[in-house]
Design a protein around this ligand. Structure first.
Ligand code: BEZ
Length: 190
């Protein structure tokens, strides 16, 4: 298994800043088990969420990997999530927890605000599992992805809990995500 911990600790895009915005688009939306200064619903442009990253250490095992969220580039798309303002030392444990292929990347995030007000933006970080990482599983028919998720379990719990919690959290944010809601539908039919 590739371990991205050391690589991430060199990816100090916000060196010297006392606080950083971290944008969560997967489990970080519904499970923030770290200290944060503030959290705000936000979105990023030109990215779409996909269950294309293998999970061998959290929601699956090396023998039967689960699937978890990553992002793919998609011009014009919008991906909703939750932004957390954190102090930099919060990143080190996340680097370890997400060491199976995720790398820190810099993005521009836009905060969801009162309708009619000027959108506020900030630079922030995401953890991205790109298609060249060894745990990347990539595209498959939605029915097959749902079946794999239904079967997989790992040290962090059943894979389906991850998908169902994510779908619930996105509905609470009033966010559209055809891929996630279609997978939820497939899962409910199994
Ligand atoms: C996220 O929720 O953004 C996330 C969580 C774990 C790994 C990568 C991303």
């Amino acid at each position: 298994m590739l371990d991205t911990t050391a690589l991430n600790q060199q990816r100090n895009f916000f060196e010297g800043q006392a606080a950083i915005w971290l944008f969560g688009y997967g489990s970080l939306i519904w499970k923030a088990d770290f200290t944060y200064l503030e959290r705000r619903p936000a979105y990023i442009h030109h990215w779409e969420r996909r269950f294309w990253q293998g999970s061998h250490d959290h929601r699956g095992t090396p023998e039967a990997p689960g699937r978890v969220a990553t992002l793919i580039r998609s011009p014009g798309a919008v991906c909703h999530g939750m932004a957390y303002r954190i102090t930099p030392e919060v990143l080190a444990p996340l680097d370890v927890r997400e060491k199976n292929g995720y790398l820190r990347e810099k993005v521009t995030l836009t905060f969801v605000d009162e309708k009619g007000s000027e959108p506020e933006q900030s630079e922030g970080l995401i953890y991205l599992a790109s298609d060249d990482n060894p745990a990347f599983l990539g595209e498959a028919p939605l029915a097959d992805i749902a079946q794999q998720i239904a079967n997989a379990h790992g040290p962090s719990g059943p894979n389906k809990e991850y998908l169902l919690n994510l779908a619930t959290a996105l509905r609470e944010l009033d966010a559209k995500d055809a891929h996630i809601f279609a997978l939820e539908q497939h899962l409910s039919r199994l």
